[in-house]
Ligand binder design. Structure first.
Ligand code: UDP
Length: 255
């Protein structure tokens, strides 16, 4: 790991130069942050689980025609992805009232929305990721209206597919955050593809029967059993690492 060139270190992942041009290695850390970095902690085994969960979900999405940056998982904590230019937006899709939507409008958490809502936030930690409209996005040149049409339709397709997939394993997909990137093919044609990760770090997942939280809100709100909740999501998806929970503790790169 150390001999490769590190390109970027984020809150939950490190990006390294990939083995071939146009590829990147995404390394998943156990570090957890919340409230714009004000709360920090370690969730043991989170990186291993998120690597698996994101691999699984990205592969399922590819199968139903959503293009993603995912190429293949390399080992317990790393996956090979296509290099993209990240669109500086967090695209949030909501099915049920929770989190900042509840706070902003004084709504009770858990209320089912009459229809899914897509929101955009400008990715900027210093500014605390402010919410933005299409007007801001196009005026400041972060994306044009055609890009936004693509982003919106992909986000809704991802929502439809993942809502059904999670429902099938007894989980309610309350809301989630996606990121998109620009990818250029060999003919220099640009396409927006799904990037980053899809994991309990960036989704709200509630048990269908009990409404118990199975995501990062357990860390944000000090509810305890955070690793167990992530493990349970992986278990229900049928993808717990071969060695079981014991396998999750390794730091470093386990081949
Ligand atoms: N989210 C995320 N990264 C962020 C902000 C939000 O992954 O920087 C996810 C979050 O996990 C949730 C959804 O986006 O699934 C909606 O988050 P919300 O706006 O309610 O903000 P929060 O309550 O998480 O601050």
């Amino acid at each position: 790991m150390s001999r490769r060139k590190q390109l970027y270190e984020g809150k939950a992942k490190i990006l390294f130069e990939g083995p071939e041009p146009g590829t990147i290695v995404q390394y998943f850390k156990d570090d957890a942050t919340a409230f714009n970095n004000k709360k920090k902690g370690i969730i043991t085994g989170k990186g291993v689980l998120n690597n698996r969960i994101s691999e699984f979900l990205m592969m399922r999405l590819e199968e139903m025609g959503i293009q993603t940056h995912f190429i293949r998982r390399l080992n317990m904590r790393e996956q090979l992805v296509r290099e993209v230019e990240i669109v500086p937006l967090e695209v949030v899709v909501r099915n049920v009232v929770a989190g900042s939507l509840a706070t902003r409008f004084g709504l009770a958490e858990g209320q089912v929305l009459p229809r899914s809502i897509v929101e955009y936030y400008y990715k900027n930690d210093e500014l605390g990721d402010p919410m933005v409209s299409e007007e801001h996005i196009t005026a400041f040149g972060w994306a044009d209206t055609r890009d936004l049409d693509d982003i919106m339709s992909m986000a809704l397709r991802v929502n439809d597919y993942l809502s059904g997939l999670f429902l099938g394993v007894g989980i309610k997909l309350v809301d989630f955050k996606l990121e998109f990137g620009r990818h250029w093919n060999e003919h220099e044609e640009m396409r927006l593809i799904l990037a980053d990760e899809i994991s309990p770090d960036c989704c709200r997942l509630w048990d269908l029967k009990t409404n118990e939280k199975m995501d990062k809100d357990r860390f944000r709100r000090d509810l305890g059993n955070v690793e167990e909740a992530y493990q349970e999501v992986a278990r229900r998806l049928g993808i717990l690492p071969e060695g079981g929970p014991r396998d999750l503790k390794g730091s470093g790169t386990i081949q």
